[in-house]
Design a binder for this molecule. Structure first.
Ligand SMILES: [Mn+2]
Length: 428
């Protein structure tokens, strides 16, 4: 584990230029409308986005997988990687587990292990998109034709039991939420009935909901296709909302930025779900064509900014306390470098959205002043807020330049030595 002094030492070289950039920006913000840079830095310092356990290994495609070396071999080592990430970014204080990829023999021990590294447990994920020999009776039962939507009640029951098992595990780890993304759907028209499948899933989610302990939440996550390529049961935000409503009051919708058909207006979806009181959380990534799992903010940073504008609108000037997580697969980059870049992109979008002059925007909208309305958004988007984001990291003990710091620490090299070149993390 890298200690804070090591990061502080690395920061020395970057401290003076950051101070200069900060002073310049603070003056500019003050002249602009009296915004306090200090207030922005403390809002950014409060922001945290969870890292998923499966994203600290390289992902693969159906064409192959190219492990980078030094990948975590178990959940403890995934926690080590997230702890290192959090030491650099000071914004990734929780990890989200996928069961059975992560299925600790000793949950209390794992919780202690994470606590010692200042890492908490974000929402739990209960995989029923692939067979799990320990629960699907060694292949006698299979999720091939779905889990909660399966025509066989015995498979539906096994899927429900798995979700309850994951909730029980989450309770012991200190998590307070279950995210449900289902692969259930139809690959060929005629294979199954849309209505029947939906009703089965609604019934299953109601049962999961009723099992949730006090203080727990459940998130329904939609996705239009893959691995079901004709129709998925929870295909879009409307279906997700219907399912959350059918499940019960502790259920809300989770928006994964890659889970939309091309050109969907995601910021409007965010607004609708917030209006309905059922916006539960986010999976951040970016997308060019589909569920590409590209680095957050690398393709459509303006869209990410507009999403944060809607969030702050929904929170009446503040970011609502939702479940924020990065959900990406890294095929060719060092996964930790990709997570550093994504975390920074999310913080940048948040900072830009905080700079929008909301009163002036409302006035422009009321006066039908389209040019001014657009200007007010673009003016905030075009301010280089990176010194604020870097300062928020620094005050929390993180690295001013996390990517450069990561590289100079030589962490990957050390992990290749410790874990081996051929180590492969569980995940896709
Ligand atoms: Mn997701």
């Amino acid at each position: 584990m890298i200690d804070r002094d090591r990061i502080a030492g690395l920061n020395e070289a970057w401290a003076a230029p950051l101070q200069e950039d900060l002073e310049h920006l603070a003056g500019r913000l003050d002249r602009r409308n009296g915004t306090s840079a200090d207030d922005l830095v403390s809002a950014l310092a409060d922001f945290d986005v969870a890292a998923p356990s499966w994203a600290v290994g390289t992902g693969g495609t159906r064409f192959g997988r190219f492990p980078i070396g030094g990948e975590p071999r178990n959940t403890e080592e995934k926690i080590d990687d997230v702890a290192l990430l959090n030491r650099l970014t000071a914004s990734n204080g929780t990890i989200s587990l996928h069961v059975p990829w992560d299925d600790p023999d000793d949950p209390d021990g794992l919780r202690e292990y994470a606590e010692e590294r200042s890492i908490g447990f974000d929402a739990m994920n209960s995989n029923t998109f692939q067979d799990n020999p320990s629960t699907t009776d060694d292949g006698k039962l299979s999720y091939k034709f779905g889990s909660l939507a399966n025509a066989d009640p015995a498979v539906r029951e096994v899927a429900l039991e798995h979700k309850k098992y994951v909730i029980d595990l989450g309770v012991r780890l200190g998590s307070t939420a279950l995210t449900v993304w289902l692969a259930d759907g139809i690959n060929h028209p005629g294979q199954a009935d849309h209505t029947t499948q939906f009703e089965r899933v609604a019934e299953g989610l109601r049962a999961v909901h009723d099992y949730l302990p006090d203080g727990w939440q459940m998130f329904t996550e939609h996705k239009p296709y893959e691995p079901a390529f004709y129709a998925t049961v929870n295909s879009d935000w409307g279906s997700s909302l219907l399912l959350a409503q059918a499940a019960g009051p502790k259920a809300s919708c989770l928006v994964d930025l890659g889970h939309h058909l091309p050109n969907a207006n995601i910021e409007q979806i965010v607004s609708r779900l917030a209006m309905a009181g059922r916006l539960g959380g986010f999976h951040f990534n970016d997308s060019k064509y589909g569920d590409d799992d590209l680095t957050t903010g690398s393709i459509q940073p303006f869209q990410l900014f507009l999403i944060f504008c809607e969030l702050i609108r929904a929170g009446e000037g503040r970011l609502p306390a939702l479940a924020y997580m990065i959900d990406q697969s890294h095929n060719i980059k060092d996964p930790l470098e990709d997570l550093i870049q994504s975390t920074e992109a999310v913080s940048i979008a948040y900072a830009q959205a905080l700079l929008v002059e909301r009163d002036a925007l409302l006035e422009a909208q009321t006066a039908n002043d389209a040019a001014l309305g657009q200007h007010l958004l673009q003016d905030a988007f075009r301010i280089d807020v990176r010194p604020l984001v870097a300062e928020a990291r620094r005050v929390k003990g993180g690295a001013i330049e996390p990517l450069a710091a990561y590289r100079s620490l030589g962490y990957r090299r050390a992990m290749i030595e410790e874990r081996g070149l051929a180590s492969v993390a569980t995940g896709l």
